[in-house]
Every structure is written in C-alpha cells, then in structure tokens.
Design a protein around this ligand. Structure first.
Ligand code: FE2
Length: 259
C-alpha cells in the first residue's frame, strides 16, 4: 500500500497547499492513506476543529501533532473526541486525546500510527523510546503496518529513534524542524526513515513565520511578534510504499511541490 506523509502544515498557505496537492497526488500515486502533521495548521500554532475539518476535506485521512498541540485551548475537547487526530503519546497520563491509533483500510488492512515528541530542546516529557516500546507491544497484534511520527528538534535524537525502531515498525518519519532532510532510506528490517519531512506552508518565510520578524529577532535579540507568513506555498511530504503482507517498507521518496 502507498502512504503519503505530509510535513508540518503551517497556517493558511499550508492549508491551501493541501487543497491544491493532495487530491492530485492521491490520483497520481494511487494513494491508500494520507497522514499529515497538523500541529501548526491553525494560525501557525495548534489546531482547531475548523482547520482540522478543512484538512480532512482536502484529502488528509488523519493528523499527527507535536509540541503545539495544546496551543488552542478551545480545541482540547475536540482533540479528545476526534479519533483522526493523535498527539504525542509521551505527554503525561490523562492528557486529552490519543497518543496512537489503528485505522481500518479496505481489504482488512490496518494501519497503526504512533506520535511521539522528542526531549532535546523541547519539553521534559516521558521517554519517547520507552514509550515507543510500550505502544509497539500493544499495537503489534492490531496492525502489521505501523507508522511513527517523531516530532523532535535534534537530528541526533531522530536518527537514534530510527535505529531504535528499525525492523520493528514500517516507518519512522521526523517532523518539527520545517526543513526537509535529504537522508531518506530504508533501514535494515524494512523501516522507511527520514529525519524531517519538512514544511507545507509559506515558502518565503523563516520556517513559517514572517521573515522580517525572524531576522529582526536574530539581529536585535529583542523579542518580536511572530506572525505566520503568507504568499506562495511549498508542499513537503514523503511517499512510502509498504508491503501489506509483511508490514515492511519497500520504498521512500521525498516530495517537494511549489506554488
Ligand atoms: Fe513542532
């Protein structure tokens, strides 16, 4: 089966990029399932019910989140009831929402999706490596195909997670940095890996925010009001082919489309 996994969708430009690209990619590559990181979809930080619905109607099947999952307080109740959203599983027990889920595909194929957050330069959450072990032990008899979105800042932590889960899941993809890496490969045991999927959002920006404010912060060291940039989009994703029989990844290909 063929899965598309879309890098962090940022603001209005990112949502437009989904609308323009996903339908045609679904047809072109005969996609079975589309996953997207949606933690920056609403105004650059967090998600709302309206923005999530916009992405679902644009052809996204389910959304993963990250460190901005709790930015929109009004969405807590929605995140808690929406089974098409998973947020990092290593948040404290009792947090709203799901940390992983299994989705039914035609032909009795099941796809498990796990969302984890890194701890380097991020919040001090539970150990994502041990949390992965815990979930894999529970998900194994429910889904042969398992995709992990590791939302982390440090490339080292993401590479380490790739090796830690190699041969145990179908894919480990990194999100959060908004810059696509060119290190996609199939790790031993059939695990597709990429350190970061990149960003689906405003191209002429500093990782999604207006470039003037971001540059100003670096020049002056004075806090700036970071506003989401607008204008032409970039669409970053990875296309992954997985064997339904073994759950092993066969190929991974980066996608970069521009407006
Ligand atoms: Fe993030």
């Amino acid at each position: 089966m063929r899965l598309l996994i879309i890098g962090d969708i940022v603001g209005r430009s990112g949502r437009r990029a989904v609308k323009v690209n996903v339908g045609s990619l679904r047809k072109e590559f005969n996609l079975d399932f589309v996953i997207a990181n949606g933690e920056n979809a609403a105004g650059g930080k967090g998600i709302t019910e309206d923005t999530a619905r916009e992405l679902f109607s644009g052809g996204v099947d389910m959304l993963t989140m990250g460190n901005h999952v709790w930015n929109k307080r009004e969405a807590f109740e929605y995140i808690d009831r929406e089974t098409r959203i998973v947020r990092p599983a290593n948040y404290p027990p009792g947090s709203p929402g799901l940390g992983w889920a299994v989705y039914d595909m035609p032909g009795h194929v099941k796809v498990g999706v796990i969302n984890l957050a890194g701890r380097i330069f991020q919040e001090p959450l539970d150990c994502p490596f041990r949390k992965a072990d815990e979930i894999i032990a529970r998900i194994k008899d429910k889904a042969r195909i398992v995709i992990v979105d590791f939302h982390a800042e440090a490339t080292s932590e993401k590479v380490a997670m790739g090796w830690y889960l190699a041969g145990r899941v179908s894919a480990v993809v990194g999100t959060h940095t908004h810059v696509q890496t060119a290190d996609e490969r199939i790790l031993p045991g059939g695990t597709a890996y990429i350190t970061d999927l990149g960003m689906t959002g405003p191209m002429d920006s500093v990782i999604g925010v207006k470039k003037e404010a971001a540059v100003g912060k670096f020049i002056t060291q004075i806090p700036q009001y970071f506003e989401v940039a607008t204008g032409p989009f970039q669409f970053n994703a990875a296309l992954i082919e997985v064997s339904e029989d073994t759950g092993e990844a066969v190929s991974i290909q980066r996608i970069q489309n521009y407006e």
